[in-house]
Design a binder for this molecule. Sequence first.
Ligand SMILES: [Zn+2]
Length: 284
Amino acid sequence: MLLLGAHISIAGGVDKAIERGEKLGCDAIQIFTQSSRTWKCFPIAVQTQAAFRTALKTAKRVKRVVAHNSYLLNLSTTDSVHRKQSVRFFIDIMNQCESLGIESLITHPGSHKGEGLAAGIRATVQSLNEVMKACAGFETRILMENTAGQGDCIGHRFEELRSIVSATSDPDRIGFCFDTQHAFAAGYDLRTQADYEATFDQFERLLGIKKIGAFHLNDAVKEFGSRVDRHANIGEGFLGKEPFQFLLNDKRFRGVPMCLETDPGEDDRKHKKDLKTLRSLVSR
Ligand SMILES: [Zn+2]
């Protein structure tokens, strides 16, 4: 089953995101469980949990929900105060996800802030181990997202993600989220069938395609290998439509939630257009 959707606002409460996803015609949605720009994190009220679960159960269209971690977190920093604060926050968000029955929480590793890749990877492994220990037995799975490799951000090379995950105490508990724009910016081409196959062959060899628990479908504002994290609406950037055609018709990825993280536009007009474009690329 194809599970197409978008990142959806939770304004008015997390349960409202499901209604918005329904209206937009999403099969899957991504949400923040709380404001992505503040360190404040409160447990989700029991009534809200119930409203969210009921909304999902009764939704005609939306079948799956994934969450994205806060942008304030940095799991890769060697600054122990910021790292510990990040881990605590990550654990709080994991608890929110678990209380809502959200299947996965997508996270970026973080930035080593000039301390070097090796130190950054060590810090990331330590952070993930602490989160997994505090969240033992959780249904919510952690998905590490490939990054564009902007500045000192870790995780744009599949090798880096492998170094992190394989060094954790429980690699099986960690899956991946594949972002098309980040991959392209990081130097993994997707524009021809051969490039697409080569990129996923590398992914399979280093990380395992079966561990992909979500996709972010974004076109690219900047050119190939730019290492700049900027998403364009589908077909309006340097990726073009072809990579999405390959992805949407790749049977290996059926049943994996695929969400836009593009500009929704006024009244979601751009998201509607993106979804229409994507659906037009699916072969019957
Ligand atoms: Zn993304």
